[in-house]
Design a protein around this ligand. Structure first.
Ligand SMILES: [Zn+2]
Length: 302
């Protein structure tokens, strides 16, 4: 392989989430990168850069939440719905390393915004709903919080504080380089709830110091570090937590995935009663179904 080919070859390290624990400080977390996978997701749509960046951030946060679930068929769906801003809707979901997402925006309102637009400018007022379906017969959980804070990370932090009640710090970075390629990365660090297995310290006084320490270090992570393809996740975690004896867990590869297909849609619609199916049919007897994630229309006969 020539050096040029090596530089342009997609890096397998670019699309994965890596769990870690910091037992000495009752911490755990996940760090992740989305390289060409983000480009593939965005390529189904024609989003202006500000919108693409917002969807990238939402996808990172969805993967950081969703990758905590290991059950077969487990799925995490994130929906941000808003009025009065440039973006009206973001929907993302994560299932077994597969990510998909789309957003709806007002082109005129978006054109007025700068690259550094804050959350109120992007969304106006709205809410963030996180739905966790652990599958395997376990109960579904939904947490809804107002879409508040300076950015999406802060809005998701509110979700963890109010719905899961776990001290959590989140950072995310998304950028497009001079060749047009997208780079995205994120990190989530949490304080383990009292009494969890990995916990080694049980004194409440230590608790606050442990969390303050983890929070302070995570807050130093820059968007440049999170989106630097030359800095591996391992190297980043080592840079941050080498004095804290960080322990790495096996990584999960991330890719773009959607369940839409003509046969899947036919199976789903075919299970409906005939009078429902008749309502769905167009004049030519076919049913047209849009997949918003893929910006594709399926025409099926049922
Ligand atoms: Zn699709």
């Amino acid at each position: 392989m020539t050096i040029t080919a090596a530089v342009h070859a997609p890096s397998p390290e670019d699309n994965r989430v890596l769990g870690f624990t910091i037992p000495a400080h009752s911490g755990r977390g996940r760090a992740m990168r989305l390289g060409d996978t983000l480009g593939v997701i965005l390529s189904a749509h024609d989003y202006p850069p500000v919108a693409a960046k917002a969807l990238g951030e939402a996808l990172i946060l969805t993967a950081l939440i969703g990758s905590a679930l290991k059950g077969e068929g487990a799925q995490t769906t994130v929906q941000a719905k808003a009025d009065g801003g440039a973006i009206g809707l973001i929907v993302c979901d994560y299932r077994a390393g597969e990510l998909r997402g789309y957003l709806q925006f007002d082109a005129e309102a978006l054109a007025q915004l700068s690259d550094g637009a804050d959350l109120p400018q992007l969304f106006g007022e709205g809410y963030l709903a996180v739905t966790i379906d652990p599958a395997e017969g376990k109960e579904r959980f939904q947490g809804i919080v107002p879409l508040e804070g300076a950015n999406l990370c802060e809005a998701f932090q509110h979700y963890f504080e109010s719905s899961e009640q776990i001290p959590t710090v989140l950072r995310a970075g998304v950028r497009q380089d001079e060749t047009g390629a997208w780079h995205a990365g994120g990190i989530l660090v949490q304080h383990l709830p009292r009494g969890e297995q990995d916990r080694e310290r049980l004194h409440v006084a230590d608790d606050r110091e442990d969390w303050a320490h983890l929070h302070a270090i995570t807050a130093t992570v820059s968007a440049a570090e999170l989106t630097d393809p030359d800095l591996s996740l391992e190297a980043l975690l080592w840079r941050l937590f080498h004095e804290d004896e960080v322990r790495l867990l096996p990584p999960t590869p991330l890719s773009r995935g959607c369940r839409c297909s003509a046969s899947h849609i036919e199976d789903r619609l075919g299970a409906l009663p005939e009078d429902h199916r008749a309502d769905l049919r167009d004049d030519d007897g076919k049913v047209r179904v849009d997949c918003e994630f893929c910006a594709k229309q399926f025409v099926v006969a049922i």
